[in-house]
Design a protein around this ligand. Sequence first.
Ligand code: SF4
Length: 354
Amino acid sequence: MISVVGIGPSREDMTIRALKAIEEADVIIGYKGYIKHIKDLVEGKEVLPKGMGQELLRVELAVRESREGKKVVLVSSGDPGIFGMANVLFQLMGKYEDVEVEVVPGISAVNFAASLLGAPLHDFAVISLSDLLTPLSEIKCKIKKACEGDFVIAFYNPRSKTRKKPFSEAISILQDEKKPSTPVGLVKGKNGGTDVRITSLEKLPTEQIDMSTIIIVGNSMSYVEDGWMVTPRGYMVPYPLHPLAIEFYEKYLAGEGVEGPNLGCEYYPCHYHPQNCTFCYCPFYPCGDPSTGGRWIKEKGVWSCEGCTWIHEDETVECIQAKLPSIVQNIDDLKEKKKELLKLRRECIRGSEC
Ligand code: SF4
């Protein structure tokens, strides 16, 4: 049996199944740098450390040892299925008839990085910037498509001392396709520890990015709050309707609402001039999603829309007006159809076409 085992990003993050597979193995094969991390676990076993670039040789060795009836562990960093040894193993398995294999998953660098950044991953793409085996044209095309689909994008192997072009090409696509303020999380191995930084596309510290850096670029809704990077999934926050909002929507549903700037309002303009006041009381309140500028007032546990100008933009109002009548027919729908309303909000932020 050959078990290709993901040892995750660090000893503390190894799974129990990975530990057990190593414990039960007769032979351990892997890149010497990774085996060093699990030295104490492999004492007394046959250990065959190999160099970088010898991936195929490692698999051939594993097959040879396994055919002698030994339990073999093929060590992979992170998760074997994400730029790890599972791919190499299965590419060669077609050559052999009598070899039993299993994949023991591990925590990939993208999961590890995400856990240190907060909750940045929601519908995400993982792209390696290594052009050693993949043509640069294919890498660029994938980045462009991921941007068009508004995916969060995690990049592996971004930039080495000699291989800088894929990274600069990637950045130029991201800059063309995403907002300069798009949050970017950087997680990098440093002096045996981990360096975590959250920045934005426009402030990316290019020179500090190397092969050990995992880059997570947010989507159009990602935000940074209290030092965490978050891409909201859109959970519904239960909240009672304010009496003034009820009054406002009674008029709106009766066709008596004010469209465009409400110049007669004593508070006009509460944000900027000329602001669209059609949804003076936001139909999504409280969205609980800071991506458009709202925030919780912690000491009161109240959602504040003070920083959200999105709801007052003509384009936003147009988008909401196109679909709101099919969702809200009476006041109760503002509460009962909140999930549909929040989906409409996402659609109006991101655009309905992908
Ligand atoms: S005004 Fe903006 S922040 Fe407030 S609930 Fe509506 S979308 Fe959210």
